[in-house]
Write a protein that binds this ligand. Structure first.
Ligand code: BG6
Length: 463
């Protein structure tokens, strides 16, 4: 077995709107997440979250105690620029500047995501990623981040889960205009995001050359055919393009994958590419691929209309003759019904290696569970088992050629899940709050955090 590189970035992740709270403190503007309608009224909103805004120093100390080499977090656009464009909020700059300094003091490498689902409200009002003005606003925002933190941050991630944001917009909190051609709208947004992040990648290289690295972080999971029927294999390849490759092929290789373009053309949903856009994209030249991995997807061919609730004009998945998702009977599930597939992580890493030949880093991977606090302890052996099996898969993939340089599990601390509240806990550290009562948001290390500390100390040898 090959040894893991001694500079491997072991750590964990959070995102601003799910973790920080302080949603309107010290001049922060509102994002779509602050005003999102919480569909399940029993679950928490994002206003106070884990109250990291008031516990950041203690939180970094805990990361230091766990031996983190890296911490992947996102910056809230509206904490830096309350309206998304225009006046900069110095208090916001100060907050992240202090956080970054504290991380560096603890020898923790900051890995900073510029955008994690939290579009400024004022920009959403003009159409969000659907409006090309937001490209300029995002580039301006990224420049402010480079101006203020570029001297200390060596790893930048432009966009979190571009594919999930687009394919599952309403779940993530992104409204779609009524009566639009959803497929066209979604892939127009995708194109605009791709142009925006390409400009930011170019700017990063222009400013910092090789000293600073920049990548993007889609959610990537290998797609299995439900059987060895050739039709199912074709379906798996189609869905793999829709689910994974369309977003990476364009930014890494500089062209749009024709398998999805063919579907868009057939559905009358082709998006607009303005003169000069492809040249911008082809100069993006990203340094690494970051990706989030939770599970794999299994797909079968659907000759007729698939069993989807939405009418075809509002649908993104399940086009007849394209493929539809089915469950994989070989895999166990989490308490929240997500299939657990550590071998699938190895498959995914090797596919990424084969397809793009770039360094990769995992920026999310973990298990959501109803953790129980008993006698001030959380015995989360299922989380240890989950993380252990996935790290084993990483080791095997390294042995077989993957250029992975870091693993940041989800999540460093409990935080509010995208749409299932605080009760769906992912953290290594427990936050003592429930759905409606923030209490004192006391931090308590779970059993898994002690186990992970030893994994980091032994550089992945002691699992
Ligand atoms: C990823 C997101 O999709 O999955 C995170 O980047 C999210 O923001 C994580 O929390 C887990 O999903 P969920 O729905 O369980 O919160």
């Amino acid at each position: 077995m090959k040894k893991i590189d001694k500079n491997f970035l072991w750590g964990a992740s959070t995102s601003a709107y799910q973790f920080e709270g302080g949603y309107n403190s010290d001049g922060k503007g509102l994002s779509i997440q602050d005003e999102k309608e919480i569909l399940n009224k029993e679950t928490s909103d994002f206003k106070i979250a884990s109250d990291h805004y008031h516990h950041w120093k203690e939180d970094v100390a805990l990361m230091g105690a766990m031996g983190f080499k890296s911490y992947r977090f996102s910056i809230s656009w509206t904490r830096i620029i309350p309206n998304g464009i225009g006046k900069v909020n110095q208090k916001g700059i100060e907050f992240y500047s202090n956080l970054i300094n504290e991380l560096l003091k603890n020898k923790i490498e900051p890995i900073v995501t510029m955008f994690h689902f939290d579009m400024p409200n004022e920009l959403e009002k003009i159409g969000g990623w659907g409006n090309r003005k937001v490209i300029d606003a995002y580039v301006n925002y990224a420049n402010i981040l480079f101006d203020n933190f570029g001297d200390r941050v060596k790893y930048w991630i432009t966009i979190n889960e571009q594919n999930v944001l687009l394919l599952q917009g309403p779940i993530v909190g992104i409204k779609r205009p009524q009566n639009c051609n959803v497929l066209q709208h979604v892939f127009q947004m995708n194109h605009n995001i791709t142009v925006a992040q390409s400009l930011v990648m170019q700017e990063c290289h222009k400013r910092f050359a090789a000293k600073v690295k920049i990548g993007t972080a889609p959610n990537i999971s290998s797609i299995y055919p439900a059987s060895c029927k050739p039709e199912d294999v074709i379906a798996s390849k189609n869905v793999a393009v829709l689910r994974n490759w369309f977003y990476l092929d364009i930014i890494v290789k500089g062209y749009y994958n024709r398998i999805l373009l063919a579907l868009l053309e057939e559905q009358n949903a082709m998006f607009e590419i303005k003169a000069g856009d492809m040249e911008i994209i082809q100069k993006a030249n990203l340094d690494f691929i970051a990706f989030n991995y939770y599970t794999t997807t299994t797909v079968k061919m659907n000759e007729k209309i698939a069993n989807y609730k939405l009418p075809i004009q509002e649908r993104i998945f399940g086009f007849p003759g394209f493929g539809e998702t089915v469950s994989n009977k070989n895999l166990n599930k989490t308490q929240f019904g997500w299939e657990i597939d550590p071998k699938g992580l190895k498959v995914t890493l090797l596919e990424l290696q084969e397809r793009y030949n770039l360094p990769v880093i995992i920026t999310e991977n973990g298990i959501g569970a109803y953790d129980k606090l008993e006698n001030e302890k959380i015995i989360d052996d299922y989380r240890i088992a989950y993380l252990k099996s996935h790290i084993e898969a990483i080791k095997e993939a390294i042995n077989e050629g993957s250029q992975i340089f870091g693993y940041n599990c989800w999540s460093a601390f409990d935080l509010i899940s995208v749409h299932e509240g605080i009760s769906k806990r992912y953290g290594l550290v427990y936050i003592d709050r429930d759905e409606k009562d923030i209490k004192e948001a006391k931090r308590i290390r779970k059993k898994s955090s002690y186990w992970y500390e030893q994994v980091i100390r032994s550089n992945g040898e002691e699992l």
